[in-house]
Design a protein around this ligand. Structure first.
Ligand code: ADP
Ligand code: MG
Length: 672
């Protein structure tokens, strides 16, 4: 078996299963072994019923204390029992499992494993797994991988497929020599793949994850080094010298720039007027005002007679930038257009023509900008906003559309300078460290679910005062269809709990782009008061009239992500509020969320989060939304990033990952 083989070469994988795998992007053996479990189930010591944590998957050991009651309700067969231990009772329900009547009996003792909830003041469990005590004790030591699944693909099938690749995993050749692994305590590559799929225990799993994170960073830095070598001192054939015009543009703004913004613009002008092409990153926390910096750069570029492009990760954001920028530049006679996936074909063609002929000065859009059909007349500057959502190759593809245009990337990922220098080795960096004046700090509170009604009342009163509200709805386990019902149901709940005059709308990932855009338009125009959504609004959206952000199930997010989310409010003059609802009754998650109450420093928040996480959190919640890596995270694995840099500096090309097939596929998978 070879890494490049199609997965149908694996015994037991036929056309049908292969089609299901394809939906997950798994086509080859290489893809398969790089699809890591998203979690591991381990079977812990059963806990007393009264000590079970609500909302958590728990094991209890209990006696069935009622008859096994099976009945039909609205087409569903429900099987109900009550079980007890010496500390309390729990009600257990299974759906459509009538056979259980013949399996479970009053007086039998079982270990039930499932998520504990409260209904009518009583602890309940739906659809738990059940085991005889002896059987359960046998399972205690194992860690079961849980893979990302899709319809037609079960976890069992997935596991079986991986097991068939084991021989090949054992025979993988490592590109790191033994002494390097020894010096840096890095696990062998075969061992790492073996253990990410079949962990012997938690300690070994952690080392496996570290090693694989290392490989991702190493490959990334290796590519980055190549890119840097290519980029260094490319002669500037779009010399832009527009200091005076830009000063006028800045003067015309309705506000005065912060120091950081000013400095960033100066850096950019110096770069674009120098002998070499610009490659610059502007880093600034959410709300620090990066857009206007990009606008100034684009303005200079157009004034010099070149075209400019601005690429953003979502259509909603593209439209918003487009509206702001086209309005702003109209009076200067600058022609702006917006190109996204959902742009009608006819309009697209029109835009392609305008770009080719040079009629359009500035194009704003999503990855639609890097499609083959797009050609430019004279592209002088390429800006990427929210750069962490793009892979290196996507950025490269856009710059390749011009003849060595200047590059400006903008990022809100809060990382300290030392890490930024490693991660963005190919870029010069400008940092905007302060927020615009006159912003009132956001007032934060972390509360339990029993605070919901108070929160609804507060939201109603803010709407009454003319403000708008974002609500991030509760999350269910990672199922997309569930997600939809979830947003819909929660939106209904919101409506029921707010005065009928409050206009509530929802936004979710399954919506068509047009639909999303029109809802966002309505929200920004003030025709919607409360916007219930999944995390789609996370990136970039700017509506200064939004004063409340309420996040349900805040405990499921990384703190840095919550920090980004709350950056959607506090953008105007009014006082803003953030309500984080903690859906878990544990002190641990409360303590973690409290960090947000006490700090506004994105990097501090991310590092505290790491410290406060308990054992058993193998992958760590992604902190940065950094999509370049499948498993590595700059916060969780900052040490591996540093080691990767050190090893690369020491061994350089002698040890190129190009020599190892195993990780060549990695960065290509960067998602958008
Ligand atoms: P981000 O850095 O998160 O992209 P934006 O560029 O969207 O932030 O800016 C957030 C808001 O702050 C916008 O409404 C913008 O007009 C405003 N803004 C930007 N710079 C200033 C400033 N110097 N003074 C006042 N408001 C500003
Ligand atoms: Mg922005």
């Amino acid at each position: 078996m070879q890494l490049t083989d199609n997965i149908t070469t694996i015994k037991g994988i036929g056309e049908k299963t292969a089609a299901a795998f394809a939906k997950l992007g798994v086509h080859t053996v290489d893809d398969l072994i790089h699809t890591y479990p998203r979690n591991y189930l381990s079977y812990g010591e059963p806990v007393d019923i009264k000590d079970t944590v609500i909302g958590e998957r728990q094991a209890i050991c209990a006696v069935i204390s009622s008859y096994v009651d099976t009945r039909k309700v609205r087409g569903l067969t429900l099987t109900n029992i009550t079980a007890k231990d010496h500390t309390g009772n729990i009600k257990i329900t299974w759906f459509n499992s009538p056979f259980l009547r013949n399996v479970l009996h009053r007086g039998d003792t079982y270990v039930f494993v499932g998520t504990v909830k409260v209904k009518n003041n009583m602890r309940v469990m739906d659809m738990p797994e059940y085991y005889k005590l002896a059987q359960y004790q046998d399972m205690r030591q194992e860690m079961q991988p849980v893979y990302p699944l899709t319809s037609g693909l079960s976890n069992k099938t997935f596991q079986k497929a991986i097991i068939s690749t084991r021989e090949m995993i054992y025979s993988l050749e490592d590109y790191l020599p033994d002494e390097v692994k020894y010096d840096y305590s890095l696990m062998d590559i075969s061992e790492a793949y073996e253990n990410i799929h079949f962990p012997m225990n938690e300690a070994v799993l952690k080392n496996a994850i570290k090693r694989l994170a290392f490989d991702e960073f190493y490959k990334f830095l290796y590519d980055m080094g190549k890119l840097k070598a290519e980029n260094i001192q490319i002669p500037n054939n779009h010399r832009i010298v527009q200091g005076k015009n830009v000063a006028e543009f800045v003067n015309d703004l309705s506000f005065s720039l912060t120091k950081g913004q000013q400095q960033a613009i100066e850096d950019i002008l110096a770069d674009m007027g120098s002998d070499n092409v610009m490659n610059r990153l502007v880093q600034g926390d959410v709300g620090s005002g990066k857009t206007v910096v990009a606008e100034a750069a684009l303005f200079a570029c157009i004034k010099e007679g070149y075209q400019g492009a601005l690429m953003v990760p979502t259509e909603v954001l593209a439209k918003q930038h487009y509206e702001e920028i086209s309005e702003m530049f109209d009076k200067y006679g600058i022609k702006t257009a917006c190109l996204v996936g959902s742009t009608p074909m006819k309009e697209k063609r029109h835009i392609y023509e305008g770009l080719k002929s040079g009629d359009i000065d500035i194009i704003i859009g999503t990855h639609a900008l890097i499609e083959d059909k797009v050609e430019y007349n004279n592209l002088g500057l390429v800006v990427t906003d929210e750069q962490h959502r793009f892979g290196v190759n996507q950025r490269k593809k856009l710059t390749a559309k011009g003849d060595a245009p200047h590059t400006l990337v903008m990022s809100a990922t809060p990382i300290p300078r030392t890490l930024a220098i490693i991660m963005y080795a190919d870029l010069d960096i400008s940092v905007i460290s302060e927020l615009p004046r006159g912003r009132k700090p956001i007032k934060n509170c972390v509360v339990g679910t029993n605070y919901r009604n108070t929160a609804y009342k507060f939201i109603a009163s803010q709407v009454e005062e003319g403000s708008q509200v974002y609500v991030i709805c509760p999350m269910v386990e990672e199922s997309e269809t569930m997600d939809l019902t979830n947003v819909t149901e929660y939106t209904d709940t919101m409506k029921a709990n707010l005065p009928s005059s409050v206009r509530v709308a929802m936004l979710h990932g399954k919506m068509k782009a047009d639909e999303k855009n029109s809802i966002m338009d309505d929200y920004i125009a003030g025709n919607i008061d409360v916007l219930v959504s999944t995390t789609v609004i996370e990136v970039g959206i700017n509506n200064p009239n939004s004063t409340v952000m309420m996040v349900e199930n805040a405990e499921r997010f990384g703190l840095a992500q919550l920090h980004q989310l709350r950056g959607r409010v506090g953008r105007g003059k009014k006082q803003s509020y953030c309500i984080f609802i903690n859906g878990k009754e544990s002190k641990e998650s409360m303590d973690r969320l409290r960090v947000l109450e006490n700090s506004n420093d994105g990097f501090f928040i991310a590092s505290e989060d790491l410290k406060l996480r308990g054992p058993g959190d193998f992958f760590g919640i992604r902190q940065s939304g950094e999509m370049l890596f499948m498993l590595a995270d700059i916060y969780n694995h900052a040490d591996m990033l540093k080691i990767a840099q050190e090893i690369l500096a020491k061994y350089g090309d002698n040890l190129g990952p190009t020599k190892s097939k195993i990780i060549t596929s990695l960065n290509e998978n960067a998602v958008l």
